[in-house]
Design a protein around this ligand. Structure first.
Ligand code: PEP
Length: 256
């Protein structure tokens, strides 16, 4: 079963609404003909409404970078899934390593967030990945097993197939150090096997992305790997031109 390649740009805490508007005017014409590839930008809460309005009718979907697992409640500073769907946000990044590291996001909370996102009709991207020390200790698979199994634990097989998983080795995020093709393929094939254990019908449909210092020059080799279904791109998504070049690499791989 062919999976549609998916390129998502994670802006992190960058861009005011005005900067986001300038960006999207630069991006839309560049990805207009990116047939066969799904494209998303993951933007700060304050720019969501403007980006939803500016991308309507285009191929670019708009994702949030986090959400709370409850529908509403006394959680000052948080945003709930129905608040995102009310303004037509398409999806949400969950468990990015920066949220796990700086905001104590746990696998247990993430298991509820993934479920709440799906229940609300949002497309979740669940991020997983090991630290450099864990890789050096030979603990990469143990870490991934824990994160994937806990993160997906509350989902049915059908729901699992609707989750995109992003494998992001923490040592590769924002460092310029990219996983080798072999490291990326091995980790992502391992994640697919884990998903297969939980959802044998869903695993062939599940999209698994690579993230970690993806650049326009490095993207073609990574995107051509058999189990890699796309990329979650941080730094290189901040300029329309470099992000569009990565989308274009996915178009070329899909057409090959
Ligand atoms: C990310 O933010 O998820 C990421 C992978 O960042 P970068 O591409 O800058 O390493």
């Amino acid at each position: 079963m062919a999976r549609t390649p998916f390129i998502a740009g994670n802006w992190k805490m960058h861009k005011t609404v005005q900067e986001a508007e300038d960006y999207i005017q630069g991006l839309l014409p560049r990805v207009y003909s990116a047939d066969g590839v799904d494209v998303a930008i993951c933007v700060p809460f304050t720019a969501l409404q403007a980006m939803v309005d500016s991308t309507r009718g285009s191929r670019v979907e708009v994702f949030a970078q986090n959400m709370h697992e409850a529908d509403h409640g006394a959680f000052t500073g948080e945003v709930a899934a129905p608040m995102l769907t009310e303004i037509d946000v398409h999806g949400v990044v969950l468990g990015h390593s920066e949220r796990r590291q700086y905001f104590n996001e746990t696998d247990k909370a993430l298991s509820y967030k993934v479920l709440a996102a799906l229940d609300a009709g949002l497309k979740p991207i669940l991020c997983v990945g090991e630290t450099e020390e864990e890789r050096e200790r030979g603990d990469t698979e143990r870490k991934l097993r824990h994160q994937v199994q806990e993160g997906l634990e509350r989902l049915s097989s059908d729901q699992i197939a609707a989750v995109t998983v992003a494998y992001e080795p923490i040592w590769a995020i924002g460092t310029g150090k990219v996983a080798t093709p072999e490291q990326a393929q091995d980790a992502i094939a391992f994640i697919r096997a884990l998903i297969n254990d939980k959802a044998p019908d869903g695993a062939p449909l599940s999209r698994i992305l690579y993230g970690g210092s993806v650049s326009p020059d490095g993207a073609p080799e990574l995107l051509a790997l058999p189990d890699v279904d796309g990329a979650l791109v941080g730094g290189a998504s901040l300029e329309p031109e470099s992000f569009a070049r990565i989308v274009d690499a996915a178009v070329q791989v899909a057409a090959a």
